[in-house]
Design a protein around this ligand. Structure first.
Ligand SMILES: NC(=O)c1ccc[n+]([C@@H]2O[C@H](COP(=O)([O-])OP(=O)(O)OC[C@H]3O[C@@H](n4cnc5c(N)ncnc54)[C@H](O)[C@@H]3O)[C@@H](O)[C@H]2O)c1
Length: 360
């Protein structure tokens, strides 16, 4: 994996910029990846993770920053795609000095990259980073931030699921449908609430007993099963992966009984080709990065001055985007994941090219 690998690729242009940042005293080792600024400044979170090697950290940031360009394009945002990784164990090395050193590197990019939370970084960390840079979102409500992004992530997933239901059953309502939620974390809990309100029957699982206790207390009608494998094999209409990536793989797809997959987890397809396996089995897959964009919509709103109602309205449009992608997939005879990529690339090209118009 290298930075310049895709230069002979006739499609997307490859990464614009990759920045290595180091501050030995605090222990900061970070890589900021900017895939595209065709639609505006790159936005994407900072993952703080103990990678096995520098190569693994680089591979992750290249992959994640590319994904953000596609997600932000389809979310209708005037933002490009970027992401950052901090290489290290957050429990061991995270400190005020390290986060502020990182913030100074973000600031040095002068607005080409906006950061946000990701695995290993939290709202409180963004508040610290914000002491050194203006280019940070996902701050706390007290600091004018958007707060916990799982609220609109779940709302967007619910909208994407409704669009998929309409495509398959003719009505967006989930009333009476059995929906399997794998992972009752921040997003899974909000999603469960929306589903119950809509009249769906929820079947769920989690590896954490506290999450199961939350379900028993707050939604006694939710049926709990032992693990994700049991959920996949259960008699469900919709499967919503809301835990880790790779939920759709060579074992789970052949066993899956649901007609629709729509969930919050990033990178649900374990490897290329799984989208085709799903299509061959007649399972409609609402692409993860389309339906889980509510979180980035929520934090991106901070750039204008956070307004929850405006951000919610934008996240509600995930219904229309999902519907458009599913129709395009049918029209072009490709799986929805391929249609989504095409639509994102089209917007990046069509809107991004307008910068060539000289403004005088
Ligand atoms: N929070 C957001 O705004 C946001 C935005 C976009 C995408 N996502 C993605 O959505 C997913 C959920 O995010 P979250 O913020 O709710 O995370 P979270 O950590 O709050 O919740 C994840 C839950 O999954 C459970 N889990 C882990 N492994 C499991 C397994 N094998 N089987 C069943 N349950 C398991 C955990 O115990 C936890 O309760 C993640 O993949 C995340 O990357 C989140």
């Amino acid at each position: 994996m290298g930075v310049f690998v895709s230069t002979d690729d006739p499609g997307p242009a490859g990464h614009e910029q990759v920045v290595f940042c180091q501050d030995r005293r605090s222990g900061l080792k970070a890589i900021i990846g900017i895939y595209s600024t065709a639609l505006g400044p790159a936005l994407g979170g900072t993952r703080f993770y103990p990678y096995a090697s520098e190569e693994a950290a680089l591979a992750d940031v290249l992959d994640l920053s590319r994904g953000m360009a596609y997600k932000n394009a389809l979310a209708g945002l005037d933002l490009g795609g970027g992401k950052a990784v901090i290489w290290g164990d957050p429990d061991q090395v995270k400190s005020e000095a390290l986060l502020r050193a990182y913030g100074r590197f973000v600031q040095s990019l002068a607005g080409r990259y906006y950061t946000a939370c990701d695995v290993g970084t939290y709202v409180a960390d963004m508040d610290v980073i914000a002491r050194e840079t203006r280019y940070v979102t996902g701050r706390s409500l007290e600091h004018g931030g958007a707060g916990d992004s799982s609220v609109l992530t779940a709302w967007g997933v619910f909208q994407g699921m409704r669009a998929a239901a309409e495509h398959v059953w003719g009505s967006p309502s989930l009333r009476g449908r059995r929906v399997g939620v794998a992972g009752l974390g921040k997003v899974g809990r909000h999603l469960t609430g929306h589903l119950v309100d809509d009249g769906a029957e929820v079947v769920a699982t989690d590896v954490d007993s506290r999450a199961l206790e939350w379900a028993r207390t707050n939604h006694p009608g939710v049926a709990l099963v032992a693990d994700a494998a049991a959920l996949v094999a259960a008699d469900i209409d919709v499967y919503a992966p809301c835990a880790l990536g790779g939920a759709l793989n060579d074992e789970t797809v052949p066993a899956l009984r649901a007609r629709v997959v729509a969930g919050a987890a990033n990178n649900q397809l374990a490897h290329p080709g799984i989208e085709k396996l799903l299509a061959d089995r007649g399972i409609l897959y609402a692409p993860d990065y389309v339906v889980n964009a509510g979180g980035v919509i929520q934090v991106a709103d901070e750039i204008e001055g956070f307004n929850f109602d405006r951000a919610k309205l934008r996240a509600t449009r995930i219904f229309d985007t999902t519907r458009q992608i599913l129709r395009l997939a049918d029209d072009e005879g490709v799986p929805p994941a391929v249609a989504a990529d095409r639509l994102a690339e089209r917007r990046m090209a069509d809107v991004g090219r307008l910068r060539a118009i000289h403004l005088g």
